[in-house]
Each structure stands twice: as C-alpha cells, then as structure tokens.
Design a protein around this ligand. Structure first.
Ligand SMILES: Cc1cc2nc3c(=O)[nH]c(=O)nc-3n(C[C@H](O)[C@H](O)[C@H](O)COP(=O)(O)OP(=O)(O)OC[C@H]3O[C@@H](n4cnc5c(N)ncnc54)[C@H](O)[C@@H]3O)c2cc1C
Length: 480
C-alpha cells in the first residue's frame, strides 16, 4: 500500500499536538530510532514523536490515519525481531515519556502504569510495598511494559510464574484511527465478550498502541537462593531439569548455558569461572518466604543434580554470590558480539525432552555454513536462544543467512517446536511464518489485522510478509 510522506505540513501538525521539543527531525537523532537490538536491520524514520499522554497518542494516530502515514510504536527498543524498526519510514511513536505509575493497590495486588515505564523501575517501585512483578526479561533494565505487552515477554522466571499475558488484567489502547478503548480492570476473572486484551497482547504493535496497563502483582519472595550446577553434557542437564519438575519441585527458573558460551563469557569478562571445562551450566533459582521451605527445595534439587551426574553444585545465598552466578548468563549476548559477528539471534522453543537433539542438529547446521551456534536460555520451559555468529572479518551473503535460518526453523518445527517463544515474528521472521502456521491461520490473522487497521498504518511489514521473499538485510550492521 503506498504511504504518504511526512511533509513539513505534517510535521507542523504533529508539533501542534505535542510541542516541537517532542518532535525529532534531526538526522543524527533519528538514527537512534532506526534500529533495535536485532543484528542487521536498520531503517530511518522520517520523524519521531514523543507524546506525553493518551489523548496526544490518539491525536497523532488520527492524523497518521488521515494522511496514511505508517506509525511504528516504540518502547525500550530492545526487540530481537526488528519489531521496532520503522521499515516503511513514516513516524516512530516513542512511549518513553509516558512512564508514570498511576497506582499501586496493595489491597487488590494491582499496579496501574503508563506503558512507557521501564520494567525494572516498576519492580523497584513495588519493592517497598513487599510486592513484585514476576515477568523478568533479561533486558528489564531498558525494556518497557508496553514493549513487554506487545511481545508477551517472558524471562527466566516464566517457568514458575508465567509470561506477561498472565499478569495483564486491564488495558487502555489507542486504535489505528485514534479511538481510545479500555478493556478489563482490576478483575481476576472476566469473560465478558471476546478476550480483546489477549488479542492485543503479543500483537507486536500491529493492532493498537498500548498506553496504560493494569497489572497483577504478587507478594515479593523474601528469600532467594541460586545454584550453579555444572554437567558434563547437555543430555544430563536436560534429564536433570525434567526430573526436578517431575518431582513437583518449584524452582523459579532453570537457566542454561552450553559450555562454549560459558567459556566465551569467561574470556569476555577476563575472569576464571568455576568448572569451565563442563559442557553444560545450569542456574536454578529457588524463591519463597520461608527459609526452611527454600532450604528443603535446594537440598532436594542438589541431590537430584548429583543423581544425574552433576560435576559440582555451587550455592549462592548472598546478593554478591547470586550476582556472580548470574553474570555469565546475563552477559552471553554481549560476549558473542565481542568474539563474533552475530548474524541471527533465534528464540526457539521445543518440548524440553527435545533440547539435546535440537542443539546437536543446530550446531551441525551452523557448521555447514561456516558459522557457529551458541545456545543458552530458559531450559525450564524449553526455550533455547540460539545465537549464530561468524568469525569477525568473515562475510556471509544474505541468501546464505536466509537459507541457514530456514534450516534452523525446519529443524525446530520438525521436533514439535515453533520459531519464536518470546521475541515475536517482528520483521526478521516474516518470511518464515508459514513454516510454523498453516495458510488458513495466517489468512484469519490478516483479516483480524485488516479489521483493526484497514489502511495498514500500524507497524506495517511486521508479522506478515509483504512479498514472498525473505526480508532484506539493510544498513550499517549488514554482515554481508
Ligand atoms: C539482552 C536482551 C535480553 C532479552 N531477554 C529477553 C527475555 O528474557 N525475555 C523476552 O521475552 N525478551 C527478551 N528480550 C527481547 C526484548 O527485550 C523484549 O521483546 C521486550 O519485551 C521488548 O520491549 P521494549 O520495551 O524494548 O520494546 P520495543 O523493542 O521498543 O518494541 C517491541 C515491539 O513492541 C511494539 N511496541 C512497543 N511499545 C508498544 C506499545 N506501547 N504498544 C504497542 N506496541 C508496542 C513495537 O512496535 C515492537 O514491535 C531481550 C532483549 C535483549 C536485547
């Protein structure tokens, strides 16, 4: 669909809505909004707007709808599927100024926030009330609640606590034509009509712009203990994780790093890490409010680890020890960027029992393309992040990158999995959607999109491929 350009008259209109200090036109400043955290994707917006209220968002969308200008909503810009890249130019609508906490209701255990609040800031504000917001994407120091809702973000604790959709009770959203709608509220149960909240969660900014969210929060666990468990191989680590869950033990998370990743992070951090020779490192977090309960859980988990041949079990009770245990896991992506040129950051999910086979097959597949696959992620829920990199200074054509990724997805789907667990289709996986969903499902989804956004101005180019070819790798980070 042909779009209109952002003309000086459009800019003047936008400035009349939010003031010229909140309208960015300067080329260098626009570059900050031309990419997110996905390697290889870059597209300049024509203008960036930073509204300060829902009514301003509505007026901006009304104008964009009238002029037929694409709008890419943006929160923290940490997307790993190029979801926040304004591939059709137009307007980037940044929610960063809308970061207020409107209410913390300690009676009903609910927080009402504007969608631009940074996820960690919400958690910090909840802590003095003895509360917490369980979904904890590893990017929580920079991603925002609106982005988490749009992606249905998970995180390490998703295994015990679930993902963002399990916490959204109410929502205010602005539709493509500028209509403001409110759904749900402080209600734990609500089946009045279709589940509009469920539809918008995970819709990646293609159906509506989320401006306010009513979130369920929980009492904050007072005791947290982390275990770092080293295994000789991925098979043992996986069998251990499955057994822990079968026994009815309830750790908050079971995270995984293969040995190569752990050693790479050790080099990156210039540190000697414990048991670095092992081929699988597992972090198990146990939380609760009762010391004896937590101790009993980690004793049993430790015993289970030894039963499955663990080489070592380290216990972190103090904040300093826990931070040391988590550091390699949190730095895995940064370390990869340092040692290799990243060409893909995949977010695969398979039944837990298939993880060893998935990793083995993906490694072989990457090697075939002279690339290396680094696996880490959320073992407890079968969600493996497979970062693929090539040696610094080497190149790979975009055709080969596409072929490699296609193979990765075929392997994953062949094992009963799917192509994204928590990062979304965005722009980077549009060409591969049909590997995971059948044509009838995609047609129905397109119809839903058309009802919400008949002129396709909301985050166009995302989720659905506009042509049949794989997306083009553009811009300065192009590994080609
Ligand atoms: C180091 C690192 C670790 C990560 N770890 C995790 C993890 O553990 N779990 C996980 O799930 N993800 C993870 N991610 C991915 C990313 O952080 C999440 O997808 C996050 O939810 C994106 O939030 P954001 O605020 O950065 O959104 P953005 O990147 O700004 O936007 C993401 C998408 O949401 C849309 N959008 C943004 N705001 C709104 C809004 N208000 N209304 C409608 N649409 C909107 C955008 O158009 C885009 O399509 C990680 C990323 C990095 C870089």
């Amino acid at each position: 669909m042909p779009y209109s350009k952002v003309t000086p008259a459009v800019i003047a209109h936008l400035e009349s809505i939010i003031g010229n200090e909140h309208v960015i036109k300067d080329h260098d400043a626009l570059e900050n909004y031309a990419h997110d955290e996905t390697p290889g994707y870059f597209a300049l917006p024509e203008v960036v707007v930073k509204p300060g209220s829902t009514s301003e968002v509505a007026r901006i969308l009304r104008a964009a709808h009238e002029y037929r200008i694409p709008v890419t909503p943006r929160s923290g810009g940490t997307s790993l599927s190029a979801g926040a890249v304004p591939v059709s130019g137009g307007i980037v609508l940044s929610l960063e100024r809308m970061n207020a906490i409107k209410e913390i209701d300690t009676t009903n255990l609910v927080a009402i926030v504007e969608s631009g609040i940074v996820t960690e800031d919400l958690d910090k504000a909840l802590a003095p009330h003895g509360l917490f917001f369980p979904p904890d994407p590893v990017s929580l120091d920079s991603c925002m609640i609106g982005g988490n809702v749009a992606e249905c973000a998970g995180g390490p604790r998703a295994m015990k606590y679930g993902v963002t959709k399990n916490y959204v009770l109410g929502m205010e959203a602005v539709l493509a034509d500028g209509t403001i709608q409110r759904y749900g509220g402080k209600l734990l149960k609500n089946v009045t009509g279709y589940d509009m909240i469920g539809l918008i969660i995970g819709s990646e900014g293609t159906l509506a712009i989320v401006t306010e969210v009513t979130l369920r929060v929980l009492p904050r666990p007072r005791i947290i203990v982390d275990l770092l468990i080293s295994f000789a191989c991925v098979n043992d680590a996986c069998a251990f994780a499955i057994d822990v869950l079968k026994q009815g033990l309830t750790p908050a998370c079971i995270e995984f790093m293969e040995g190569d990743v752990y050693r790479m992070v050790a080099r990156y951090l210039k540190q000697t890490l414990p048991n670095a020779e092992a081929d699988a490192q597992i972090i198990v977090e146990i939380d609760g409010s009762n010391k004896e309960y937590v101790k009993r859980q980690y004793d049993m988990i430790g015993d289970c680890a030894l039963k499955f041949g663990a080489l070592d079990v380290l216990v972190g009770e103090s904040t300093a020890d826990r931070t040391r245990i988590w550091e390699p896991r949190k730095k895995a992506s940064d370390a990869l960027k340092e040692v290799a040129t990243p060409i893909a950051r995949e977010d695969l999910v398979v039944p837990k029992s298939a993880i060893p086979e998935l990793i083995e097959k993906l490694k072989k597949c990457a090697l075939h393309y002279n690339a290396h696959m680094y696996a880490f992620g959320h073992l407890g829920d079968g969600n493996i992040h497979a970062d693929v990199g090539i040696e610094k200074g080497k190149t790979m054509t975009s055709e080969d990158i596409s072929a490699l990724r296609q193979e990765i997805y075929r392997i994953t789907v062949g094992l009963g999995g799917t192509i994204t667990a928590e990062h979304g289709i965005g722009l980077s996986k549009t060409a591969f959607l049909s590997l995971a969903l059948d044509p009838g499902q995609i047609r129905l989804m397109r119809k839903i999109k058309h009802i919400f956004d008949p002129h396709n101005i909301l985050n166009p180019g995302k989720i659905f491929a506009s042509g049949s070819s794989a997306p083009q790798y553009k811009g300065k980070d192009d590994p080609k």
